[in-house]
Design a protein around this ligand. Sequence first.
Ligand code: SIN
Length: 283
Amino acid sequence: MVTAVSSRWDVTDVAPKIGSAIRTDKETLLSGARAEEIREIMERRGVIVFPGINLTDEEQIAFTHTIGTFAHEAAEQKGRDGDFVYPITMDAKVNPNADYLKGAFYWHLDGTMADKPIRASIMSARKLAPEGGDTEFCNTYAAWDDLPEDEKRRIDGLKVVHAMWRSQLYWHPEPSAEELQRWMSMGSNVLPLVWTHASGRKSLVLGATALQVEGIGIVESEALLVRLRDWATRPQFVYRHKWTLGDMVVWDNTGTLHRALPYDHDSGRLMHRTKLEGEEAFA
Ligand code: SIN
């Protein structure tokens, strides 16, 4: 007797220029059978929500392996074997680097200190804050596409210095000299303001680590970076995810910015994140 296996697969857009929701079952997701389609949707739509998929940590790790190369968290990997999920929380007992994660409340993309930033992040809600704690994403491909042509001509080719310490100043504007030195030891990097991807598509490279546009004064540079961030985070380019326990969200780190919205740091809000290794250098 042949038993029919039903596999659910409903894909819908959640906002006009960013985000799709895929309603499916664990078996379909973990089989890897839809991996190519997931990668195609992630590239095209920036963000994929899997509402109520309820993957365990082990399942999230297995799923991550199906869609790319699993990226280890360098600092946390020391002395640990195998793959693990990374806890995003403000609770220093759960993540000793909780302070550093406060940069996540400001628009950013991950991996600007590397030449090849991580490809994607996968995040599941494990404990919610009673209030706040949504995650917002904006589509930096769409933001580039919709810029006026004269603005595109003006900014294409510009280079921007990015520094990790810049993003830390957002949450802690008066660090001690020692703290600043520690942040500065994480380095800096010069990146294109407009990333021309191997696909031929272009996206804006912005966010809290962007320190200064090369070759122009500090005032003009700051005005340009803030104006472009304002543009890229206009409502038409943004999807805001209001979490329900069991949701998992995958985002293309190379074509989006993201940020957490404020929540009580004592709330115990906990997200488990895995990542995909970078596949393409900034260019
Ligand atoms: C992140 O920036 O990776 C985390 C965002 C969040 O906690 O919502």
